[in-house]
Design a protein around this ligand. Structure first.
Ligand code: NAD
Length: 263
């Protein structure tokens, strides 16, 4: 299927590796003019070059920390100056630290809300005026399976993503008349360094090897596997497509059947 988004300008945040990078690669492969960001200049520039080499599309690597609102404003300004106003926005940020109610200090809550919830709110505020003028836009937020089924030991992530989900659903209705769709992608377990971090944590807690934990994760999934960032990125490219015009306000699980609920 041809997605009809060649030359659209796409911003994917927190995308030097992992799921964000998977989305950036697929959008570039569809012919989008892609910008990615992460916190480290050398890393983000190298990732942008690697995506360019793989897809044949020039990709811009910009520096921004999603936990800092001033970085988000500067990121959007840099993008306007270099590529223009984004037609497609994929919001992402590194996940907040793991922890339980007992282990999470009060001051961690505000940080998690800034990183996971308010970064997306600021990005969306920054891009929607131009999308409204163009009467076309695609907003895709990377959230988590945890908005359907909270994950033990990820209290901060569960909390902040639930808030973001409420925000996205509300604005989807408001932005639909302007030709802007707003959807979330809910990853189950994928092969990324975030998962490596959680695997090491569980391995320490349960006195097992990381390989045993990965094997347990794969066996617990109906597909007997874990996801690949490129498959996840393909779902983002579809939601960004012209064909997805009539899909908005949705939470799409990409989890190999891990979630067992009806809805
Ligand atoms: P990852 O650690 O592999 O990659 C995270 C990317 O974000 C990196 O490029 C990193 O440089 C960048 N980043 C981290 N913090 C940042 C910040 N403050 N500002 C800007 N860039 C930042 O992570 P991932 O597995 O790709 O996960 C992406 C998101 O999806 C996370 O929020 C994670 O919690 C969530 N998630 C992941 C999985 C999974 O299985 N991988 C499952 C559910 C939810």
């Amino acid at each position: 299927m041809i997605f009809g988004i060649k030359d659209k300008i796409a911003l994917v945040t927190a995308a030097s590796r992992g799921l964000g990078r998977g989305c950036a690669e697929q959008l570039a492969a569809e012919g989008c003019r892609v910008a990615i960001c992460s916190r480290n200049e050398a890393t983000v520039k190298q990732s942008a070059e690697e995506i360019s080499a793989k897809t044949g599309r020039k990709v811009l690597g910009l520096v921004a920390d999603m936990s800092r609102i001033e970085d988000i404003s500067r990121l959007l300004e840099d993008l306007r100056q270099s590529l223009g106003e984004p037609d497609i926005l994929v919001t992402n940020a590194g996940g907040p630290p793991p922890g339980t109610y007992a282990s999470t200090a009060l001051e961690e809550y505000e940080k998690a809300i800034n990183l996971t919830l308010l970064s997306a709110v600021h990005l969306i505020h920054g891009v929607t005026p131009a999308m409204k003028t163009k009467r076309w836009g695609r907003i895709i937020a990377i959230t988590s399976i945890s908005v359907k089924q909270p994950i033990g030991n990820l209290l901060l992530s569960n909390m902040a993503r639930a808030g973001l989900t409420g925000f996205l659903k509300t604005i989807a209705t408001e932005l639909a008349p302007d030709g802007i769709t707003v959807n979330a992608l809910l990853p189950g377990i994928h092969k990324t360094s975030r998962i490596d971090q959680l695997v090491r944590y569980r391995a320490d807690q349960e006195n097992k090897s990381p390989e045993e934990i990965i094997q347990e994760m794969m066996s617990a999934n109906p597909s007997n596997s874990i996801g690949d960032p490129s498959e996840f990125g393909a779902a983002a490219a579809f939601l960004a497509s012209v064909q997805a015009r009539f899909i908005t306000g949705q939470n799409l699980l990409v989890d190999g059947g891990d979630y067992r609920g009806l809805l």
